[in-house]
Design a protein. Structure first.
Length: 139
């Protein structure tokens, strides 16, 4: 259901893309958690849209701390250099229009770092699609 909502909210961007790339977890975090919610959303979006699912086009090459409780600047510092396109996967990225999928957009630090890595690998365009956006409100 969540993937259907995201696909509808993409306003045609998914229909015009070359592939769906989830924000990856570091391998140790994945081993502890046993799932990646961004990858699960991306997998379903790809299935619904008929677009290629590219879960290995981007890797988290730096083990980062949890983002919870960090300032916007702290989040940027935490994920700086955290992502890269693995050797041998450049063809999945170079010249492609990609949809980068994450579950929650908070400050944008994670998707900005991931987008920079995809662009460095030659992506023609990266559009970010998230399920939710965190908004500060009264405490």
């Amino acid at each position: 259901m969540m993937a259907e909502w995201m696909l509808r909210a993409s306003d045609g961007h998914v229909a015009n893309c070359d592939g769906i790339v989830p924000v990856p977890l570091h391998r140790l975090r994945f081993a502890l958690r046993k799932f990646n919610q961004a990858a699960e959303l991306g997998r379903h979006i790809a299935h619904l849209s008929g677009k290629p699912f590219l879960p290995e086009a981007l890797a988290r090459v730096k083990r980062t701390s949890r983002q919870v409780g960090l300032t916007a600047r702290g989040r940027e510092d935490n994920v700086r250099g955290a992502f890269a396109t693995p050797s041998g996967r450049e063809g999945e990225v170079f010249g492609k229009r990609l949809i980068l999928v994450d579950d929650v957009y908070t400050t944008g630090a994670t998707v900005s770092a991931a987008t920079r890595a995809l662009k460095k690998a030659g992506a023609a365009e990266v559009t970010v699609l998230t399920f939710a956006m965190a908004v500060a409100g009264p405490i």
